[in-house]
Design a binder for this molecule. Structure first.
Ligand code: ATP
Ligand code: MG
Length: 632
């Protein structure tokens, strides 16, 4: 047995040998001639000269061997339907879809924008693009016309795939009017719109532009569309970041490197095996949906469970009933969703037989200890935090406990874990660029060139933005900045302390807002909290806290008392310097549609500034509430 640290070191020192081994996990039409071309930093090219195909690896190769095994399980509690597709059935649907795209003149390199609810046709569309080498750009179905229009203009798609409507909490959300408006707002006009009509919201097709999916499917089902073999560094898709810190960035991904990275992570990190079922509660509009609803599980030969609905409908045990019914072995969700469940009876976590489940992985934002403990105790399975970004495509920090011959690494509350194999992770002093070598020092978390397979190739259509945004922020060093603060303890566990722009400076003391949030969320009466720094004439900045109480304080006096308790807690645990100037109680915090706290918007409003790009915000009421409170 070797230690994980040694394994990690080898993955960097013997980089090409390591990834050449991993590359055997997927099928290549022609093998790579070079494992990594890192000669033009900060760009990296993986598996140069090799040709492969994501759809072949996700679908065809399993359909050939295990045609009747489950591939896609779709459950919608919104429309009360369940459908199961075997690998053979999935392949037939994908080939039919690919035939439709080809008939409309979509070919290799053409962009297809997918604006869809969580329905099987969305998966068919993505895989069909991958099959013929078209570049998909999935836009989260919850976005409205302005956000959609800017993505249409950035991706300039030949064709858009959409549906009449989605449904959220039983409420039909018509997509078509939003799409029509977005197209009229956009400078770029897609030639065709392929409409899946679910019969939820009536619409009038635009003559000459809109196509009906059901009609075309009837024509094309049974068509054979051979996969297009693509050089490994061809573009597979573009996808936008969440827009938490500003205007979203269009991440561009390759084909071969992504396939290899996902296949490796499915094994080493998730321990998922062919024939089993994987359930990610994310949405195809996010990177987790791309990597771990669609491509990762299918490449590993697993069935993937795609769920349309809320985590609390018909009740807060719905996920666990699906785990029981489909014998889910690996599950993936986000802390924000767990915090939703936490408002419900913990007995619901015990109502179903979860004996198939081996672990629950959580990613997307900091996993606070109280939330982690609550779900760990309730489910009695390991809870694994993992840290990554839209840009990286797969986990950057976590514990990889399924590597043969390598000692497992125990999880540690509050830390996502250790740098994953392939990632040359460093903590740097933001001012000097020097590496922090002793434990417990706060620094910027960066990755050295070359980024491992699966990470972004560049920003779509904007190499200069890629270089200037990500690789030019630390003085004197060309390293990829995650724009997150980290700290490594003496045992090598890395802790994420928040985003580099979420650090506040109180009278010369630099404080991570995350630390203060962690402290406040430990108070039993607090369900959720956001801390921002606001300008202060005396101290430079002061912390301001917005807390969602578990129960609304009955009187203004009770609210004041709770505020006092919270301040005392911060004083005791972090010191008076970190004490928020106020703790304001709100019923909901402003978040992106992917569930991330919009601290920059809170901060701007608190400082009386324009909150900037809010196109990715979920509930506008959240910010309105804050404004009212601040101006009281
Ligand atoms: P944008 O880059 O557009 O501002 P974003 O950074 O929120 O938006 P994502 O790629 O969806 O876009 O999120 C990645 C970020 O989420 C990370 O950089 C980090 O700040 C945070 N994050 C993800 N997972 C974790 C985790 N396990 N613990 C702490 N933070 C996490
Ligand atoms: Mg980001």
């Amino acid at each position: 047995m070797t230690t994980y640290a040694d394994f990690h070191r080898r993955s960097l020192v013997e980089r090409d040998a390591f990834w050449a081994e991993q590359a055997r996990r997927i099928d290549w039409q022609t093998p790579p001639q070079q494992i990594c071309d890192a000669s033009n930093p900060p760009f990296a090219r993986w598996f140069v000269g090799g040709t492969t195909n994501l759809c072949h690896n996700a679908v065809d190769r399993h359909a050939a061997k295990r045609p009747d095994d489950r591939a896609l399980i779709w459950v919608s509690t919104e429309v009360g339907q369940e459908k199961v597709y075997s690998f053979a059935e999935l392949q037939a649907e994908v080939e039919a879809f690919a035939a439709m795209l080809q008939a409309e003149g979509v070919g290799q390199g053409d962009r297809v924008l997918i604006y869809m609810p969580m329905i099987p046709e969305a998966a068919f569309a993505m895989l069909a693009c991958a099959r013929i080498g078209a570049v998909h750009s999935v836009v989260f179905g919850g976005f409205a016309s302005v956000a959609l229009a800017s993505r249409i203009d950035d991706a300039t798609p030949k064709l858009v795939v959409s549906a009449d409507a989605g449904s959220r909490g039983g409420k039909v959300v018509a997509y078509k009017p939003l799409l029509d408006e977005a197209i009229s707002l956009a400078a770029h006009k897609p030639a065709k719109v392929l409409m899946v009509d679910r019969g939820l919201a009536a619409f009038t097709p635009v003559a000459g532009r809109d196509l009906d999916y059901a009609t075309l499917r009837a024509t094309y089902l049974g068509s054979r569309v051979p996969v297009t073999w693509l050089e490994s560094n061809s573009v597979s898709y573009t996808l936008y970041t969440s827009g938490t810190t500003g205007k979203p960035k269009g991440v561009q991904r390759d084909v071969g490197g992504y396939a290899v990275a996902l296949a490796t992570s499915m094994d080493y990190i998730f321990g998922g095996k062919a024939g089993e079922t994987y359930f990610s509660t994310s949405d195809i509009g996010w990177v987790v949906g791309h990597s771990y609803i669609i491509y990762g599980p299918l490449i590993a030969g697993m069935a993937t469970l795609m769920y349309e609905g809320l985590p609390v409908n018909p009740d807060a045990a719905i996920w666990w009933s699906l785990v029981e019914k489909y014998r889910v072995t690996v599950m993936f969700s986000a802390p924000t969703a767990v915090r939703v469940l936490k408002k419900h009876d913990p007995a619901l976590l015990k109502r179903h037989d979860l004996s198939s489940l081996r672990a629950l992985f959580l990613a997307g934002e900091p996993l606070d200890e109280p939330t982690a403990r609550w779900i760990a105790e309730g489910l009695a399975v390991p809870i694994v935090d993992n840290y990554w970004q839209t840009e990286t495509g797969w986990p950057l920090l976590t514990v990889a406990n399924h590597i043969p011959g390598v000692d497992p690494v125990p999880t540690r509350f509050g830390s996502p874990g250790m740098p994953m194999y392939g990632y040359g992770v460093k903590l740097l002093d933001e001012n000097t660029g020097e590496e922090l070598s002793s434990p417990d020092q706060k620094g910027v978390l960066v990755i050295e060139h070359p980024l491992p397979p699966g990470c972004l190739q560049t920003v779509w259509g904007d190499d200069a933005r890629f270089v200037n945004t990500y690789w030019s922020s630390v003085p004197g060093r060309q390293v990829y900045s995650t724009f997150d603060w980290g700290l490594r303890d003496a045992d090598g566990y890395t802790f994420i302390l928040g985003r580099t722009d979420d650090v506040i400076n109180v009278a010369g003391h630099r404080l991570g807002t995350r630390e203060i949030e962690e402290c406040i969320s430990g108070h039993a009466a607090v369900a959720e909290v956001a801390v921002v720094g606001v300008a202060d004439t005396l101290k430079g900045q002061v912390a301001l806290a917005f807390a969602v109480p578990r129960e609304t304080p009955a009187t203004p006096e009770a609210a004041l008392a709770l505020e006092g308790q919270i301040m005392k807690r911060v004083d005791e645990q972090l010191g008076a310097v970190a004490r928020p100037s106020r703790v304001l109680f709100v019923s909901v915090l402003p978040k992106t549609r992917s569930g991330k706290l919009l601290r920059r918007a809170l901060q701007a409003v608190a400082e009386g500034r324009d909150p900037g790009d809010l196109t990715t915000m979920d509930d506008p009421g959240a910010l309105a509430q804050v404004k009212t409170l601040l101006h009281k």
